[in-house]
Design a protein around this ligand. Structure first.
Ligand SMILES: C[S@@+](CC[C@H](N)C(=O)[O-])C[C@H]1O[C@@H](n2cnc3c(N)ncnc32)[C@H](O)[C@@H]1O
Length: 232
């Protein structure tokens, strides 16, 4: 399904507080560096039109929300939505989330990572471009604090199944997938994201899970696995 066109925000709208380029920011991206406070930080990867950032930041003023969006015109649009909502706890970085997570997010520093309707990259040879892949998943897991959450929603069953399997194999600290419920929409924009809205309006099934990090559980799994291997 093609993406709907995206409008540039009005030139009168001040985006200086909500839109950043990754290279204008301090190397380590923390709440302090981005927002000047120590509130828990949640990061959304691939913010698209910014619906999640605007609604989540309004609903959770005691947390900070950072969106990372690789396509500049979407990053600008999302920053415009956040600016119109007068959110002082949300911001968009125009850039690629992968190197940012690899190099600029400290271990155990995040409250949550949100990945909603990531591009599926259908062809097998393009799978490594997926936002959830063998290289990125350990980085997201490392960045989460104990008890921190990874939310993953998609309408592509193959991507969902492969990712759930991959997480079980390479990031046992994330534990088992916890299903997330569909919430009844009470108005036209009452959806987690624009892609959720679009899929629901076309009756396309959605697969929603979250993970909660636990190092203790991962240590237990690894110990059991090594005992099992030693038994052979
Ligand atoms: C299919 S759209 C979904 C947008 C939004 N999450 C939603 O559910 O409406 C996926 C978004 O991820 C962005 N994206 C893809 N790869 C990315 C990356 N490596 N870093 C940041 N954003 C990325 C795309 O530009 C696109 O806006």
């Amino acid at each position: 399904m093609p993406r709907s066109p995206v409008k540039r925000p009005s030139p009168d709208l001040d985006l200086s507080g909500t839109l950043r380029n990754a290279d204008q920011l301090p190397k380590e991206l923390t709440s302090k560096a981005l927002f000047g406070n120590d509130l828990p930080l949640e990061i959304e990867i691939g913010s698209g039109k910014g619906l999640f950032l605007a609604t989540a930041s309004a609903a959770n003023p005691a947390h900070n929300f950072l969106g990372i969006e690789i396509i500049a015109k979407y990053a600008t649009h999302a920053a415009g939505r956040v600016a119109r909502a007068n959110a002082n706890n949300a911001m968009v970085i125009s850039g690629n989330a992968e190197p940012i997570f690899e190099l600029r997010i400290a271990a155990e520093s995040l409250e949550a990572v949100h990945v909603y309707f990531p591009d599926p990259w259908w062809k097998k040879r393009h799978r490594k471009r997926r936002v959830l892949n063998e290289r990125s998943i350990p980085n997201y897991a490392r960045a989460l604090r104990e008890g921190g959450r990874l939310h993953f929603w998609t309408d592509v069953l193959g991507y969902f199944d492969e990712t759930v399997e991959m997480i079980a194999a390479i990031a046992p600290e994330l534990g088992v997938p916890i299903p997330e419920e569909e919430v009844q929409a009470s108005h036209d924009l009452d959806y987690r994201t624009h892609f959720e809205r679009r899929s629901r309006q076309h009756q396309i099934p959605i697969y929603r899970v979250r993970y909660e990090k636990s190092q203790d559980r991962a240590a237990t799994i690894r110990r059991r696995e090594s005992e099992h291997t030693e038994g052979y």
